[in-house]
Design a protein around this ligand. Structure first.
Ligand SMILES: Cc1cc2nc3c(=O)[nH]c(=O)nc-3n(C[C@H](O)[C@H](O)[C@H](O)COP(=O)(O)OP(=O)(O)OC[C@H]3O[C@@H](n4cnc5c(N)ncnc54)[C@H](O)[C@@H]3O)c2cc1C
Length: 228
C-alpha cells in the first residue's frame, strides 16, 4: 500500500540529482531536488563547503529542504530552509516559476516549510557555509558518541539541556533513547563540533561525559562528507 492520498500521484525525481558550485567564493551551490544529502555532503566536502541539513545521508533534498532541516550542524549554521536563496518550482497550473525574495516572494516564503502543499520544487540555490581544512581533513567535524545508562529520564534531560545551553554554538548534540524492562534507559548521545578538537571543545566534551554513568565512549574526527 503506497503512502499516498487517494487519487494522488507520485513523481519520481530521483534522476534530478545534479549538484553544482555556482560561485565558490560566495559559497553559492545549486542542488536538484532529487539528490540525497549524503551525496551533496560528499560533493561539497572537497570545496570546504557545508549546507546544514539532516543527520542521515539518505534523506532527500526535496522533502527536507521544503520542510525544515535540523541536523548535526544546526547550532552552528541554522536550519536548511534558512540557507535557500532561490528555487525553481512547478505549480499546479503547470507553470515553472523561478522564485526568490524579489520574484514571487510569497511563493518563495511558502515553499520554505509548505513542501508539497505548494508545488514541486525541482532545484534550489543554497548559501553554503565554509569550514577550514586542517590536517588531512577537508571539512573536519569532531564527533563524540557516548552511551549512558540512566534510570531517571527527566533529571537527565534537564542536565543535558543545561549543558547544551552553556556549550559553545559550535557544538550540536542529539539524543536517542531505548528503554528496557528493568526501567533502565540507554541514552545514545551524539555531539558534533565544527572543526578539529581544541581546548574549548574538549572541555565541553568532558562536561558531557559527566552527565551520567558512561557505558561506551568514542571520539573521532571525520570529514563532513562522511558525517551524515
Ligand atoms: C531515517 C530518517 C532520518 C531523518 N532524519 C532527519 C534529520 O536528521 N533532520 C531532519 O530535518 N529531518 C529528518 N528526517 C525527516 C525528513 O527530513 C523528511 O522525512 C523529509 O520530508 C524527507 O524528504 P524526502 O525527499 O527524502 O522524502 P519524500 O518521502 O520523498 O518526501 C517527503 C515529503 O516531502 C514532499 N516533497 C519531496 N520532494 C519534494 C519536492 N521536490 N518539492 C515539493 N515537495 C516535496 C513529498 O511530497 C512528501 O510530502 C528523517 C527521515 C528519515 C526517514
Amino acid at each position: 500500500m503506497p503512502s499516498v492520498i487517494n487519487d494522488g500521484i507520485i513523481l519520481d525525481i530521483s534522476k534530478l540529482k545534479k549538484v553544482e558550485i555556482v560561485d565558490i567564493n560566495k559559497g553559492l551551490v545549486k542542488v536538484q531536488a532529487g539528490a540525497v544529502w549524503g551525496d551533496v555532503a560528499e560533493f561539497l566536502n572537497r570545496f570546504h563547503l557545508v549546507i546544514s541539513s539532516g543527520d542521515f545521508g539518505d534523506t532527500g533534498v526535496g522533502g527536507l529542504s521544503t520542510s525544515g532541516g535540523i541536523g548535526l550542524l544546526v547550532r552552528s549554521f541554522g536550519l536548511t530552509i534558512d540557507h535557500i536563496l532561490a528555487a525553481k518550482v512547478i505549480t499546479a497550473d503547470g507553470e515553472i516559476r523561478s522564485v526568490d525574495k524579489d520574484n514571487e516572494p510569497d511563493l518563495f516564503w511558502a515553499i520554505r516549510g509548505g513542501s508539497s502543499q505548494i508545488g514541486l520544487v525541482t532545484e534550489l540555490l543554497f548559501q553554503a557555509d565554509k569550514i577550514e581544512p586542517e590536517n588531512q581533513y577537508q571539512c573536519p567535524i569532531t564527533v563524540q558518541n557516548i552511551d549512558f545508562i540512566i534510570d531517571d529520564l527527566e533529571s537527565f534531560v534537564h542536565k543535558w539541556g543545561k549543558w547544551i545551553d552553556e556549550a559553545p554554538l559550535k557544538i550540536t548534540s542529539n539524543l536517542m533513547f531505548t528503554s528496557f524492562d528493568n526501567n533502565q534507559i540507554l541514552v545514545k548521545m551524539n555531539n558534533f563540533w565544527v572543526g578539529m578538537p581544541n581546548q574549548i571543545a574538549n572541555d565541553a566534551f568532558k562536561k558531557a561525559s559527566k552527565l551520567a554513568i558512561v557505558k561506551k565512549y568514542d571520539q573521532k574526527v571525520v570529514d563532513y562528507g562522511k558525517a551524515c
